[in-house]
Design a protein around this ligand. Structure first.
Ligand code: KPL
Length: 332
């Protein structure tokens, strides 16, 4: 039985969008945020739950003010969070950090995770859900992938820029005896989230959807960094289009070897997404421009590792991963 309350770890655009849409649908949410330097780390008193103010501009251009409860995302070195009355155990969590921040973020709240906690991993790239399932066998890990377009022009504002779709499912991980139960839980989560204005679906074959999203990110994100352009501009650049096609072929080879089928040709799908998101600055280009680590290791890097495991060459994904990591210091 699901509770009507989600903790959200990763208050970026997507995490914040879900928190605000939950609030509108009377689903409680709490954003887990790194405590600011103003918070008194030395105090023995449990941190008071406060809230984050945010003005959201919706798709119809209407705006609404939200005040979302927040709690610290980092365990105090003095008082374990699990013992603090203002930081009760976490039973339902959405992990919406960048892929490379997941481990540190989870470590910060691990002591608060209840036995049997549900964690929905909703981020670009692959590999984190599997890592978490191995690290937290007492929790059940689900995955969600979304094409909602949102960005935060300032710390206190959010623009819901493009309507997308969100798919949720259970990974074929661990003890298969629980597979049926996990599928039922994933369906219940989708049903609860359908109370929001977002378009939410359960997918019994989430692996295929995650790989398709991976192909989109592999073929668009690093190329927007290479050519310093928005997504749509790749479509009028013959060199970029060639690379895009090769990236898709490498992914297709791995997917075929893994028995993951796609309904349509990957290259066609990628070009369609680049067209639909024409003026978007990809998340990787944004990170690159802001001199932040990118998610390259969980996107093209993941494909390279899969290729090695299956003995399938992935030279173009590898070259792109090297090119991006060569430009900046990356977290591995
Ligand atoms: O997911 C994206 C990203 O930027 O990370 C795409 C689909 C490429 C849209 O920009």
């Amino acid at each position: 039985m699901l509770e009507n309350h989600w903790y959200i770890l990763g208050a970026g655009a997507i995490g914040t969008l879900f928190a605000c849409q939950f609030e509108r649908a009377n689903i409680r949410s709490t954003l887990l945020i790194r405590p600011g330097i103003r918070q008194n780390q030395a105090s023995h008193a449990p941190p008071e739950e406060t809230s984050k103010s945010i003005d959201v501009t919706f798709l119809d251009d209407s705006t609404q003010h939200f005040s979302i409860p927040i709690q610290p995302s980092i365990q105090s070195p003095i008082t374990p969070l699990s013992e603090s009355p203002s930081t009760p155990p976490i039973r339902q969590l959405i992990l919406s950090t960048k892929a490379h921040q997941s481990q540190m973020a989870i470590d910060g709240i691990q002591s608060r995770l209840a036995e049997g906690a549900i964690i929905v991993v909703m981020q670009n790239g692959m590999g984190v859900a599997e890592q978490l399932q191995a690290q937290l066998p007492q929790c059940t890990i689900f995955v969600a992938t979304t094409t909602e377009g949102a960005h935060r022009p300032t710390e206190k504002s959010l623009i819901h820029a493009g309507a997308g779709e969100t798919w949720i499912g259970n990974l074929p991980l661990g003890d298969k005896k629980n597979g049926r139960l996990e599928a039922v839980t994933a369906q219940s989560i989708a049903k609860q989230w359908q109370r929001t204005a977002l378009s939410i679906h359960y997918d019994h074959n989430i692996t295929q959807r995650l790989w398709t999203k991976l192909a989109i990110n592999c073929a668009i994100n690093p190329l927007t960094v290479k050519y310093q352009c928005n997504n749509g501009a790749l479509l009028t650049n013959p060199e970029a289009l060639q690379l895009m096609k090769k990236v898709c072929q490498e992914l297709q080879n791995i997917m075929t070897a893994r028995g993951i089928h796609t309904h349509s040709d990957l290259f066609t799908t990628v070009k369609q997404v680049a067209k639909n998101t024409h003026s978007n600055i990809s998340s990787m280009l944004q990170d690159h421009r802001n001199q932040k680590p990118t998610e390259i290791h969980f996107i093209n890097g993941y494909v390279v590792n899969e290729g090695k495991a299956l003995n399938i060459p992935t030279p173009v994904n590898q070259a792109l991963a090297l090119e991006i990591t060569g430009n900046h210091t990356e977290i591995t």
